[in-house]
Write a protein that binds this ligand. Structure first.
Ligand code: HEC
Ligand code: HEC
Length: 460
């Protein structure tokens, strides 16, 4: 059996088992497109043509994204933390970045990639899972706790946060734009009198930043080896080890990664997004490199606070049941990251995979011991909330000392597979290009508009 046929049957089997609407790729048959992709392909430019021009709002957003005058110090732009050369994540390997008025105030969370966020819908406690099998539950939204409903709304957080871009007020941001290099472009895009209404102008800064992130191909190039393989483009055949790793990723009795990091077609038209936007508590260790964690009473509990405020325990009966839950991150380009998880506690992909494999079988490897010498498992999640921990494979809470879900070679293969999710794959020399790219500017913008249209702001 060739690799591709093996994988095609492997993916077909996985799709049948989980009812995920994914379409296996084969080397000979053309890729069976999802409806969304079929629509894309009629409007897609040939791969050799320059990518479609950005809208005026997106061009303005590109300027603002790289403009340090949008920070209180005049030294920090969005790109300082979201570096386009590092999948829009930080170039350094700090668990949390420094910002604020003196550029030295530490953050409390790791910086996520900004790539492949265009399908993200508003947060809901009863989010319909795109895998079409999981029951509705907390899902959607931007940031690790989903508290921003749109990419546009999200921009307000770093612009005003005292440990990030540290502007004193919305008016200060608008003033910086009005007196900065892009004032004319801002007026041309949004009207001559746009600066008269501060609240509206501030909202439009977010809108421009969103347009850039949604439209620019660099945020969703779909150019990984895995995409090539899935889109049946020549030169994208996976190696034996990569196929074995994919199998571990999909296997419900081994990695089971795909239970949350969705591979296949989502009911939202997405393809292999590697996240179903669901929230889960997986009990990662406390990271003592985060200064806030020096306070033993401080816990970052994700959905239930402290940054997010609408699920604080005591608010209602369901609130405490969300403590410890964070959004399942997109794994595209994950091999380029320096730090992993919401608190950046892990420093390599290998460490992450070993954690998934041995959190329960050898917890002493991951958690410190208390004064009595007992392993303080789940030391970043207070005991009353540990019932919230997800118990799906491979984190099924099995007994210490029992067999691990994956063998060492399976873990190695899984890591090799995860590396095929890195964009910018260069196929072997002489490989012919075959057909249009999967995802155009127009489609990305349409997808995001639909996601935002579905969003009805919640009254606090
Ligand atoms: C000091 C570093 C820093 C700067 C500067 C910064 N961000 Fe971020 N960004 C973060 C962190 C940390 C998070 C995660 C926040 C959380 O979970 O609460 C984040 C999250 C995001 C997200 C959500 C991604 C997701 O996966 O849900 C978006 C979108 C984003 N930032 C856009 C921007 C934009 C636009 C700017 C400029 C206006 C910007 N950021 C400036 C650190 C930064
Ligand atoms: C029950 C759902 C679930 C399953 C199953 C699961 N994950 Fe995750 N994954 C998550 C959540 C939630 C996070 C974020 C947790 C946090 O930050 O506290 C995460 C984080 C990660 C990260 C860190 C990414 C980043 O940007 O920091 C990697 C890598 C990862 N998972 C890989 C895997 C692999 C590989 C598997 C299979 C062995 C897997 N996951 C299985 C839900 C899941």
């Amino acid at each position: 059996m060739s690799h591709s046929i093996l994988a095609a049957s492997l993916l077909a089997a996985a799709c049948a088992v989980t009812l995920v609407g994914c379409k296996p790729a084969t080397e000979t048959a053309p890729h069976a497109a999802t409806p969304a992709q079929a629509a894309v392909q009629t409007v897609a430019a040939p791969a050799s043509a320059p990518s479609s021009p950005l809208s005026p709002a997106a061009q303005l957003g590109a300027k603002l994204f790289f403009d340090p005058s949008l920070s209180g110090t005049g030294k920090m732009s969005c790109a300082t933390c979201h570096d386009p050369n590092h999948a829009y994540a930080p170039a350094n390997d700090l668990s949390v970045q420094l910002g604020g008025a003196d550029g030295k105030v530490p953050g409390t969370r790791a910086v996520p990639t900004l790539m492949y966020k265009e399908y993200t819908n508003a947060y809901s406690d009863t989010f319909e899972n795109p895998d079409m099998v999981s029951p509705p539950g907390p899902g959607g939204g931007l940031t690790w706790d989903g508290r921003a409903n749109t990419i546009a709304e999200q921009a307000a957080i770093p612009l005003l946060a005292s440990n990030e871009m540290a502007n004193a007020s919305k008016a200060a941001v608008v003033e910086a734009v009005q007196h900065g290099a892009h004032a004319d472009a801002f007026r041309q895009t949004y009207g001559a009198t746009v600066f008269d209404d501060t609240e509206r102008a501030f909202t439009l800064v977010g809108a421009a930043l969103q347009a850039f992130q949604v439209e620019d191909r660099s945020f969703h190039p779909y150019s990984s080896k895995f995409d090539r393989y899935r889109n049946n483009k020549l030169g994208g055949a996976l190696t034996d080890a990569e196929i074995r790793g994919l199998r571990v990723f999909l296997d419900p009795n081994k990695g089971n990664c795909m239970a949350c990091h969705l591979i296949g077609g989502g009911n939202d038209g997405s393809q292999d997004m590697t996240s179903d936007y669901s929230f889960a508590a997986i009990g990662v260790p406390r990271n003592m490199e985060i200064p806030a964690n020096a306070d033993p009473k401080y816990f970052d509990l994700g959905l239930c606070g402290p940054l997010r405020t609408d699920h604080r325990p005591g608010k209602d009966k369901g609130a405490a049941a969300t403590c410890g839950m964070f959004k399942t991150p997109v794994l595209r380009n994950v091999a380029t990251r320096h730090v992993f998880m919401h608190n950046g506690v892990f420093k390599s992909l290998e460490e992450v995979v070993r954690f998934y494999n041995t959190r329960d079988t050898a917890p002493e490897k991951w958690y410190p011991r208390d004064a009595k010498g007992r392993v303080n498992k789940f030391n970043d999640l207070p005991a009353p909330y540990r019932a919230n921990l997800d118990d799906q494979m491979p984190l099924d809470l099995r007994k210490p000392g029992s067999a691990t879900p994956m063998t060492d070679p399976e873990m190695q293969d899984l890591i090799v597979f995860l590396k095929t999710l890195t964009d910018g794959f260069v196929p072997p020399a002489g490989t012919a290009e075959s057909g249009p790219q999967a995802h155009t500017v127009a489609e990305a913008a349409a997808v995001n508009a639909a996601a935002n249209a579905a969003h009805k702001p919640k009254t606090p």
